[in-house]
Every structure is written in C-alpha cells, then in structure tokens.
Write a protein that binds this ligand. Structure first.
Ligand SMILES: [Zn+2]
Ligand SMILES: [Zn+2]
Length: 576
C-alpha cells in the first residue's frame, strides 16, 4: 500500500484541458454536462471515509490480485491491503462496510451497447424469447394489426429468423397479406436488417427506381422488384424519419431506465458504440440523461457518417468529463453473420452469397484515416472474416503512414478470426471486443445452419487472443443481447450453446479471472477510462459487490450470482 504517491495528478491535468474544450466548444458544449472538478491531493489523505472488508476482494490488479480490505476517501481508493495494514487510515468518522462474505470487484463496464435502441422498446417483441416460432410471430403481428387503426404504423423488433423455429423471411408480399392497410416495419435483433410492406414503401416514396443510399441497400429480387428487405441503418433512415418516435424527453427517460437496469446488473460504466445517428440532437438527449446523475459512467463513439457535423460543431476527441466523455469514432464495415450480411471469405452454408461489404477498401481506409489523423480512437464493426481483412488492411495503411502511440483502435465483434489475423492485430496494437452472446444464443445456428462446423470454431476466440496478449473485452451490443456482464463472463468461461447445451470450440474457453478482466480492467482500458477498472490506490472508487466470489462457484451458475450493490466515486449507487 502506498498512499503517498500522487496517482490522481495526471488525470486531473487531462480533465482540465478537456474541460476547457467543453467551455470553448460552442454548440458542442451544450451537448455535454458540466460537472464541477476538484483538485484533491491524494498524498495528504490519511483518513478514510470508507473501509470495505469481510469478503473476497478481487482487485484485477495483476500486482495484487486479492486483498482483505480497501480504503476510500473523497471518492478515490487510498489503500488496498490486509485489514490491519489499513487500520491507520481509520478514524471515528470512517464508515466500515462489511462485505458479509460477498465479493468486491471493480464495477463492470459494458464496452459496446446502443442507447438509440430504446426507440424500439415499446414495439411488438417478435424475438425468439417472446415468440416460440414463426407461426406465433405471424399471429402476434395479425393481432397488432387488428388493434391498430388503419394507416398507423405496425412495428416489431427483436425478430431473428436465424434462431426462430420454422422462420421465413417476411417479404413485402407476406407483410402485405397480413397488413394491406397499415405501414409495417419489422427490425431484426441484430439491427442490420429490417422488413417493410408496400404501404411503408409508399409512405417514404421508395420505388424500384430508387437508388440505394451509401452504406445501405433496398434489396431487390431477380426482376429488380423491391423485396421489402432493408440492409443497414442507412436504408432504414427514411422510415424512422417518417414514423412517430419518442420525444427527446421520453427518450431521455427510457435511457435513464436502461442505465438503472444496467446498474442492477453490476455495471458502473457503459460505452455507446454508435452515438449521434441523428446528429447533435442525440447528444443533447444524453446530456439531459447525465444531468440527472444516473448510476452509470457513460461515453462512447460518434458515428463516422456525421464526421462533418462533429467537426463543424468543434467536437474533439476526449471532450467531456469523467462521467460523460466522447472518445471515439465508429464505422460499420459489414452486417450481421446470423443475418448472412457479414462479409465472408467463403460463401455462407448452402448459399452462393458471401454477405456484403459496406465500403470499398479505399473508402474505409479514408474514413479511418480522417478519424485517426484528428486524434480519435476508432472502433470498426467487422463480423465476417473478409470484413476483418478489409479493416486490418485499412488500419495497417493508416498506421504505417501515421503511427500513433496508444491509439487503442478496436475491432467490434471481431467474430470470425483466423490465426494470422490475430497476429496482424497484435502487430498493429488493435484490440477486439466480442459479442460473446453469439456463442450461447446463436452458436448452434452458426454451426449447423449459417457457417458450418469448421468456421464456427473461429467464433469469439477469447483464449487465442488472450494468449497473444490482446486486451479483449466482452459486450452485450444491447439490444442484441441483454446488458449482463456476469452472463458474458459465464459464456466466455463455459461456451455452452443454449440450443442443445454443447460446448462450442472448447479450446477458446478462458479462466474466470481472464473473463472478469474482459468486463472490468480491459473494458475500462478500451473505453479510455484509465481511472477505473482496477482496485488500486489512486483509482476512482467504482465497485460492484456480488453475493458470492465468482471464482469459487460452479461456472454454470456465475450468471445467477446476485448483484448486491454498485458504487461510483465512493457513493453507493445501486442496492439489490
Ligand atoms: Zn456492430
Ligand atoms: Zn453494436
């Protein structure tokens, strides 16, 4: 234990400079909350406000993985060690928090989720957890049509034909049969594919003669007729603009509820991997959320498609403060593997299609170059192995021309990974974030229906990347899967597939501590929150208290461990 070093100083300096950015940012400054900053001198702190003890403390600090007690003052950790080592920090005013045989860990960070999907939460849930088979999906849609006045939108979300029994693609003609007088819009849970009927197409004046938007596709049949299938957000945008959606304050309320739910799952931090799809107004909504002091540290990546908007508004990398900071730019190279729009080296099983790339190589390289040269961290969504090739080529070109220390560029999902791609990632200093729910919820679909056994072995290679020294993380991609880091940890440890209960690629299972790093220290690092993610002196006091030590339970029950509390900056923010 050393309370005499000055761990907070560097952080404070960087906060000061970013705060100046906020103040000078004009319109951009309006989008961020302004929180007061203090200048504590940790070398002087010898009185603890709080001492946690009486349970397991997993610090995620490789130098001291376990401890008996943690002392906190002014929201920072000032001591980690044996119980008696911290006695000197205790005063009459120190609150002693008895962990009652539970476990204290750094608060969980979900490094890739999407607040924008709260827009759909009131829509009909036609996902595999709500509708047992395709027949039920159709019945529920018919019932919704029957209770909706003609002309009004009929909308469904969470649809997933890859894991819904007897699923068919709901073409325009099928949806016209169900709803001849209502515009219909059904979005898949992966967010990359949607289906519409003729009335919906009429509403937005899209015809067989309409051009595809950049990075999006109105899918057509062999005669050039629209099938009603839309691929990528760009193809859906006109529909979103034509339908009634939540007001900004309703959206802010929904996001607030989502944050509260994330806290109840042990999260103290979230990272939105697609901020600002509608431009600056989205950031204003998030400012409204953050002004209410939610139990979440928040930040994320702005969509690359509005780069000009961000530049014109003066938004710069790292703008904000340690509760709400914009640190990255996000681009999508392909779609979803389960929707067969992920871009593959070889065709999908029983198909001639290799999926779709949203960019040419040159266009992707230019997008990454612009963000990189402006100093942004870059997060690139790539699911298929050929999409990952394209992304690696782009990063390689950009980084060779303009190397940058500590860029922390990421590949999102990074789902199908070959050995030589892992080596390229290591050489370029890239890190993957895995949507680990792919293994549990879609594993058997990938193995038997989408990719085949051999390729399914390449899915979410947690053990291989850890062995190569890549700092991998696990994410929910909410709404694709629930925000539930303990569930993610369990899947990374067991790799049990929900359908059939078998293990997918057992060689990629990781020990519990490695999986925990992927939702704590690695996740905080990937989100550029270097002041959280470990329990060591100088770090902010962001914790989760679990009912049991996750390294000591049957691994198939990790997701059942109750979350007792979360703490942010030494304040209790959730209590179960
Ligand atoms: Zn994605
Ligand atoms: Zn995503």
């Amino acid at each position: 234990m050393c309370i005499y070093c000055r761990p907070g100083l560097g952080l404070f300096t960087s906060l000061q400079s970013s705060r100046r950015n906020v103040l000078l940012g004009g319109a951009a400054a309006m989008a961020f909350p302004a929180l007061a900053l203090a200048a504590p001198d940790y070398s002087k702190i010898v009185r603890a406000d709080l001492i946690f003890h009486g349970g397991t403390i997993l610090t995620m600090d490789p130098k001291r993985p376990r401890a008996q007690a943690v002392a906190v003052a002014q929201g920072r950790i000032i001591g980690v060690g044996q119980r008696d080592e911290l006695e000197g920090l205790r005063t009459a005013h120190t609150k002693i928090i008895d962990l009652q045989s539970g476990a204290l860990l750094p608060g969980f960070t979900d490094p890739h989720m999407h607040t924008v999907f709260v827009a759909f939460e009131d829509w009909l849930d036609v996902g595999p957890l709500a509708a047992a088979n395709m027949g039920t999906v159709i019945e529920q849609l018919k019932a919704l049509v029957a209770r909706t006045p003609p002309g009004e939108w009929v909308r469904g979300w969470q649809f997933d034909p890859s894991i819904t029994p007897d699923a068919i693609q709901p073409t325009r003609q099928i949806l016209d049969g169900i709803a001849p007088n209502h515009p219909v819009f059904i979005i898949e849970s992966n967010g990359h594919v949607a289906y519409v009927n003729s009335k919906a197409l009429e509403r937005v004046h899209i015809t067989r003669d309409s051009n595809n938007p950049p990075q999006g596709r109105f899918v057509r049949d062999s005669h050039g007729e629209l099938t009603g299938r839309l691929e990528e957000t760009a193809a859906m945008m006109a529909f979103f603009l034509a339908m009634p959606l939540k007001t900004p304050s309703q959206t802010a309320e929904s996001i607030g509820r989502l944050f509260a739910k994330a806290a109840s799952r042990g999260c103290t931090g979230l990272f939105d991997c697609g901020l600002g799809m509608q431009g600056l107004s989205d950031l204003s909504v998030l400012r409204e959320v953050m002004e209410k002091d939610p139990p979440i540290r928040f930040g994320g990546a702005l969509v690359s498609t509005h780069m000009k908007t961000w530049r014109d508004a003066g938004i710069k990398p790292g703008m904000g403060d340690d509760r709400y900071r914009i640190s990255a730019i996000k681009a999508w190279t392909d779609g979803s593997n389960q929707a067969q729009t992920g871009y593959m080296r070889e065709p999908y099983l029983n198909s001639a299609s290799r999926g779709q790339l949203n960019y040419t190589q040159e266009a992707l390289t230019a997008t990454i170059r612009e963000a990189h040269e402006l100093g942004w961290q870059v997060c690139v969504h790539s699911n298929g192995d050929a999409a990952i090739d394209t992304t690696l080529n782009a990063y390689e070109t950009v980084l060779q021309q303009k190397p940058r220390m500590d860029h922390r560029h990421r590949i999102e999902h990074c789902s199908l990974l070959h050995d030589e791609q892992i080596a390229r990632m290591r050489n370029l200093g890239l890190s993957p974030s895995f949507l680990i729910g792919h293994v549990h919820y879609w594993g058997l679909a990938f193995k038997e229906r989408v990719l085949g056994s051999e390729r399914a072995e390449l899915l979410d290679r947690c053990a291989s990347v850890a062995r190569e020294g890549l700092r991998a993380t696990l994410h929910s991609d909410w709404n694709v899967t629930d925000i539930d880091p303990l569930r993610s940890v369990e899947i990374a440890v067991t790799r049990v597939m929900r359908e059939g209960g078998q293990v997918l690629a057992p060689q990629e299972r990781v020990p519990v501590m490695t999986a925990l790093e992927m939702v704590t220290s690695n996740a905080a690092w990937q989100c550029r929150r270097d002041f959280v993610g470990q329990i060591r002196v100088g770090m902010n006091a962001d914790f989760v208290v679990l009912d049991q030590d996750p390294t000591r339970v049957d691994v198939s029950t990790i997701h059942e461990i109750p979350i007792r509390e979360t703490w942010i900056d030494g304040r209790r923010r959730f209590q179960g």
